[in-house]
Design a protein around this ligand. Structure first.
Ligand code: UD1
Ligand code: CA
Length: 434
């Protein structure tokens, strides 16, 4: 398929009321523009993104994730509008698919429907009972006549239920003929891309309307739209993973990043968040746990546990209120209330309740290495850097400041004292009083 794609993303997005450019707002952990790029990349290798507002910031964000995207800066001062955005854009192929950067729900299949026919222009059309906000499509006996922007509509044109979804596949030669000829004689004094429809029709070109689903072509213009779009996107992600064999309890309460992956039989309980490019293999994540950019294999985690980036857990049991960060745990049990950061902990080791790796001294982070079959008593603080070799017993309540060699006991406690009958003297009570 000799196809080029142009993604329009120069608009300001003022209705988002945000310091972040509209197209960088995230849906399922990924900027909305990236969803459009991903859908387009399945169809072609020549993608141009048109930018203006916050161009440098958006370009930088794209370049950290993609290396084959071209950029074009719109001359907004002279040529505002979607038609202005297309002025000067250089595409390689015979057909050009034009879409908006704020359409995160568009799929490759949906875009494919627009590149099937050989018409001069294929345009996406949605039928809506409430068409307000969209350009209306005048159609006569199945033939598209023109697109009228809402602000330019007469009262009777406003009644038209067929609207322009904003995606077009246009022959390159057609763009080359009509884009330079666009005028801005309209309510917004803008160069409308939509005007090429009437110009093409007037010269006998073929314009083919393609009915598309509203859900896939929804534009995001506000934070309310963003939330609605994300809910739809989350539903899609979860349905796909459930079909692939992941069990979910109360799936509507679960959040899964677009980059997360699952393998084998996994169970997610209610309220779980799987963030970033987490990889979950044959594991059970219990209620209200948060997993972020971590790998979890043959393990059970939670309820209410937090596994932070760069953690790798295998054959491990993590219980409630345990936080793990940048640590590798293999065959470990940490059942309750612990912080394990910058640690490597080996098979058969038991981490008691309240154990903390003190990995930060106020200046730098240091490592805690714990070997096999170590019993770390409850409420132990491990002052990193520190290494605990295999088969070590650490007494509860110890502060471990030195390495412990294989087979040893480590205990650091203030010796305990008892003062007889102190209670009665202190409160001036007698042992037999009520
Ligand atoms: C546009 C269509 C309208 C259609 C609707 C579908 C035009 C004139 N109107 O209207 O018929 O129903 O989309 O969602 O095309 N952009 C630029 N440069 C600009 C202006 C916009 O790149 O100067 C980009 C925006 O970043 C955005 C896209 O073009 O991604 C659409 O712009 P927007 O202002 O949202 O167009 P609508 O008024 O919604
Ligand atoms: Ca829009």
């Amino acid at each position: 398929m000799s196809l080029s794609v142009v993604i329009l993303a120069a608009g300001q997005g003022t209705r988002m009321k945000s310091a972040t450019p509209k197209v960088l707002h995230e849906i399922s952990g990924k900027p909305m523009l990236f969803h459009a790029i991903d859908a387009a990349q399945q169809l072609c290798d020549d993608i141009t993104v048109v930018l203006y507002h916050e161009a440098a910031r958006i370009q930088k964000a794209i370049e950290t994730s993609y290396n084959n995207i071209k950029f074009h800066t719109q001359d907004v001062a002279r040529f505002p509008g979607t038609g202005g955005a297309m002025k000067g854009v250089k595409t390689l192929h015979e057909k050009v698919l034009i879409l908006n950067g704020d359409m995160p729900l568009v799929t490759t299949e949906a875009l494919s429907s627009l590149i099937q026919s050989d018409a001069d222009i294929n345009m996406s059309v949605i039928q809506l009972t409430n068409p307000s906000g969209y350009g209306r499509v005048a159609i006569n006996h199945g033939n598209v006549l023109e697109i009228i922007e809402e602000k330019d509509c007469s009262p009777s044109q406003k009644e038209i239920e067929m609207v322009n979804a904003g995606v077009y596949c246009v022959k390159q030669e057609v763009l080359e003929r009509y884009i330079p000829a666009l005028q801005n004689h309209n309510a917004q004094k803008e160069y409308y891309l939509t005007d090429i429809i009437k110009m093409a029709v007037d010269e006998g070109k073929t314009v083919h309307p393609v009915m598309v689903a509203e859900e896939e072509f929804k534009g995001v213009n506000s934070k309310l739209d963003l939330a609605h779009a994300e809910a739809i996107h989350q539903r899609r992600i979860k349905e796909a993973w459930m079909k692939a064999g992941v069990s979910m309890r109360l799936s509507e309460t679960i959040y899964i990043d677009a980059r997360a992956t699952f393998e084998g039989e996994c169970m997610l309980e209610n309220g779980v968040s799987i963030l970033g490019a987490s990889h979950i293999i044959a594991s059970h994540i219990k209620a209200h746990s948060v997993i972020e950019d971590a790998t979890i294999k043959n393990s059970d985690v939670g309820p209410m546990a937090r596994i932070r980036p760069d953690s790798i857990l295998s054959d491990t049991h993590i219980g409630n209120f345990v936080e793990v960060k940048k640590s590798t745990l293999t065959g470990v049990k940490a059942g309750h209330l612990s912080y394990l950061g910058d640690a490597t902990i080996d098979t058969g080791t038991n981490i008691g309740a309240g154990v903390i790796t003190c990995n930060y001294d106020g200046k730098k982070k240091s490592q805690t290495i714990i070997g096999k079959n170590v019993f770390v008593g409850s409420d132990t603080q491990l002052i990193a850097p520190v290494t605990i070799e295999d088969d070590v017993l650490i007494a509860a309540g110890s502060t471990i400041t030195k390495n412990v060699a294989k087979g040893n006991l480590a205990i650091s406690r203030t010796p305990m004292e008892t003062v007889e009958n102190f209670f009665y003297r202190f409160f001036k009570k007698s042992p037999h009083a009520d």
